[in-house]
Design a protein around this ligand. Structure first.
Ligand code: PHE
Length: 484
């Protein structure tokens, strides 16, 4: 081989090993802005743009939004602050963090483990759906979607999602993108990418809102999204909304404990948490504003459920003509992919950091995890409607539906409840105060009383009620059958 080729190959190898070394060097976020962008990137994800609008549509529009806001600010944000405190105080990932804070009650570390398992399961389903968004982005900008007739989108989506090759290729590309960023390290990978992608996401969402609101008949969509219909708000709905509020803020899973351990020491935890909560909520509501007016304007069914964005929105974009479909459809699916990427990064980072804390190199941990996760995601993708493994339905649900239900409704509130009980009842008050006040530099006295009230009573009680309420009919039936 020619010597120049060798030289070039060696230079490439050098760049690659340098990159891997960056992955293994982890010194936390370098600035407050970077930290907030990264954590907001974790929070803003498919949950905001894909799930929030259809949950609002299903459970009473404005009624669901009111309950959501209560949950987000009274429970979600309190949990977010608590996770930041645990993470920054210890500088560890969840399992070790719990262990360090309560060395005599080592079993608490299993709460950390449950959170990490939840993150793992979320990432499996995340890879699948994010892969779909990549495909739809490509099909929008290449004009494929523009050539499909309005009535054929549901069939198009079903054919794509159940095909054995396309969804797998897409999810592997997405997983690889996530991995490459993690390999860049916390500052050079996650922080840098978030600082670029989050502003892009905001611009895209605002652009789509403006387009949607200027369509004829847009006001009907706004009325659907915001007018409260409490008759639709079932107990199952309240649990789904609670699950959504926790899922959306990325709390309960320990991901924010890991990001908390990267927070700059002099950042105000309340201020950071408030920024992240406000950004996350604003983007979720803006996503609803971008979607529903457009859905009504083109006479689509707003209660489209999980496939709303894939079946219904392309029809809306097509009604804007070929170029409109390419530009606005492309912008929308890019928005979805970007939001998904920054969230997937945080999930993979939490798992990677965990592996690294238990003796693996960060790079090895990230690569191994990505391979396992992508393999499981392929199984999940095949279990989707019409897929090769869709026939396998343990307890009547496909693997995909199991993952969606567990990670969407049940596991986040359970993990959140355990976290908040630990935080409110088992962690030392002085330690919490010390961390919230940045070692006495900031005044938090008045706020502290309110915060403890939320942490010790409001959040756990609300979480227990929401978890138990949907079980009441079954419990009643059981009692009735025992008595009779
Ligand atoms: N918050 C993300 C979303 O809204 C999902 C997520 C959950 C990310 C848990 C990280 C941890 O889509």
């Amino acid at each position: 081989m020619n010597i120049n080729l060798w030289r070039r190959a060696l230079a490439r190898l050098h760049i690659f090993t340098k990159y891997l070394r960056m992955a293994n060097n982890n010194s936390g976020f370098s600035s407050s802005f970077g930290a907030i962008m990264a954590a907001a990137g974790s929070a803003i994800g498919l949950g905001n743009i894909w799930r929030f609008p259809y949950i609002c549509g299903k459970y009473g529009g404005g009624a669901a939004i009111i309950v959501y806001l209560l949950f987000v600010f009274l429970i979600g944000m309190v949990l977010l602050m608590s996770e930041f405190v645990i993470g920054r105080r210890t500088g560890h990932t969840p399992m070790k963090a719990y262990e360090e804070l309560r060395p005599k009650h080592r079993n608490w570390r299993y709460v950390g483990l449950l959170g990490l398992i939840t993150s793992f399961l979320i990432l499996c389903i995340y890879f699948v759906i994010s892969g779909w968004t990549l495909n739809y982005f490509w099909e929008s900008v290449s004009g494929t979607l523009a050539s499909i007739a309005d009535g054929d989108f549901a069939t198009h989506f079903a054919a794509f999602a159940s095909s054995p090759v396309a969804p797998v290729v897409c999810l592997v590309i997405f997983a690889a993108l996530t991995l490459v960023i993690i390999l860049g390290g916390v500052q050079n990978g996650i922080e840098k990418v978030s600082k670029i992608l989050m502003p892009i996401l905001l611009v895209l969402v605002v652009l789509l809102c403006v387009r949607s609101l200027t369509l004829p008949g847009a006001s009907k969509g706004l009325a659907y999204l915001f007018s409260p219909d409490f008759s639709q708000l079932t107990t199952e709905g309240v649990l789904a909304i609670l699950g959504q509020s926790l899922f959306s803020l990325s709390v309960g899973m320990g991901v924010m404990i890991v990001y908390g351990s990267y927070l700059p020491k002099n950042d105000g935890i309340f201020k950071s948490a408030m920024w992240i909560t406000v950004c996350d909520t604003a983007i979720a509501i803006l996503a609803g504003v971008a979607i529903f007016p457009a859905v009504f304007a083109s006479g689509q069914d707003p209660a489209g459920g999980p496939s709303l964005v894939f079946n219904v929105l392309p029809v809306v974009f097509n009604s804007m003509g070929q170029v409109g479909s390419m530009v606005f459809g492309g912008a929308f699916f890019l928005l979805l992919a970007v939001a998904a990427l920054t969230s997937a990064i945080s999930l993979l980072e939490a798992l990677t950091a965990w592996g690294a804390e238990y003796g693996k190199k960060r790079s090895t941990s990230a690569i191994l995890l990505s391979i396992i996760l992508a393999a499981l995601a392929v199984v999940a993708a095949y279990s989707y409607e019409g897929g090769l493994l869709n026939g396998f339905k343990p307890a009547g649900m496909s693997l995909f539906d199991w993952l969606d239900t567990l990670t969407g409704s049940y596991l986040p509130p359970i993990c959140a409840l355990l976290t908040i009980i630990f935080f409110g009842w088992f962690m030392k008050k002085e330690e919490i105060h010390d961390e919230l006040s940045n070692h006495g530099v900031m005044k938090v006295a008045g706020f502290k009383v309110f915060y403890y009230f939320l942490v010790r009573f409001v959040a756990p009680v609300a979480l227990i009620v929401c978890l138990v309420a949907p079980l009441i009919p079954a419990i009643k039936e059981l009692i009735a059958s025992i008595i009779s």
